[in-house]
Write a protein that binds this ligand. Structure first.
Ligand SMILES: C[S@@+](CC[C@H](N)C(=O)[O-])C[C@H]1O[C@@H](n2cnc3c(N)ncnc32)[C@H](O)[C@@H]1O
Length: 213
């Protein structure tokens, strides 16, 4: 699991965070047993943070960039009201199928729409505004996702961006991915349209909201 916190502190935090329902514990186990890239799962602490933000902002319409096996989409869908909606995008057919099976098992599948294809194309086709946009896909497109999200966000909406610390490599960016994430962090910091906070939980989570839209 990606985290800067010592393992025993991470485990203590998980023990003192709301428990996951059985079907999501099963999804985590299945992802860990069958996928070499299982560390892409956002996990129980970030999943509960997402859920708490959905509840506290009374979000009704959510966009997720990066479904993977469906864990974060499902955490947010569970917290949406019955007339809420989450659109989640990915390019990977195989993981989208695993996600779809979990959504059907959850009892919340009617709130979730999966879009398969490059997220920038999907975002260009979307209409209306979103209360929460969670960005958790290919890092090279992060600034493009952020700018498209600003266009799609409601006036008091929230953009949540995962992996903004990128294992600490943002301190001394070397490869294309490091540079993309560090550039986005600087871009947001210099963006006078927004109020934002970088939370050093897990691999870094940025929260952004329009300040004068
Ligand atoms: C870190 S994982 C998402 C994890 C998920 N949010 C969770 O918490 O379980 C990133 C996902 O982004 C997807 N992805 C990569 N490039 C993409 C693109 N151009 N458009 C849409 N999805 C993309 C990958 O296939 C992968 O499933």
């Amino acid at each position: 699991m990606l985290t800067f916190v010592p393992e025993e502190i991470e485990n203590y935090s998980i023990q003192h965070t709301s428990k996951l329902p059985n079907y999501l514990q099963k999804l985590i186990r299945l992802t860990q047993e069958t996928r070499e890239d299982a560390m892409m799962l956002s996990g129980p602490i970030e999943g509960n943070l997402l859920q708490l933000l959905v509840i506290s902002t009374k979000a009704k319409r959510i966009l997720e960039i990066g479904t993977f096996t469906g864990f974060s989409a499902q955490m947010m869908a569970d917290a949406l009201p019955n007339d809420g909606e989450i659109i989640t995008c990915d390019i990977d057919k195989e993981t989208a199928k695993i996600a779809n099976e979990c959504f059907l098992e959850s009892g919340h599948s009617e709130k979730i729409t999966q879009k398969l294809g490059p997220a920038l194309e999907t975002m260009s086709e979307l209409k209306g505004s979103f209360d929460i946009i969670f960005i958790d896909a290919d890092k090279e497109n992060y600034t493009a996702y952020y700018e498209k999200s600003m266009d799609l966000l409601s006036d008091s909406g929230l953009i949540i961006i995962d992996n903004v610390l990128w294992g600490g490599r943002v301190l001394n960016p070397k490869d294309e991915t490091d540079i993309a994430i560090a550039s986005l962090n600087d871009h947001i910091t210099n963006d006078s349209r927004v109020t934002h906070v970088m939370l050093p939980i897990r691999d870094g989570v940025m929260l952004v909201t329009p300040s004068n839209k």
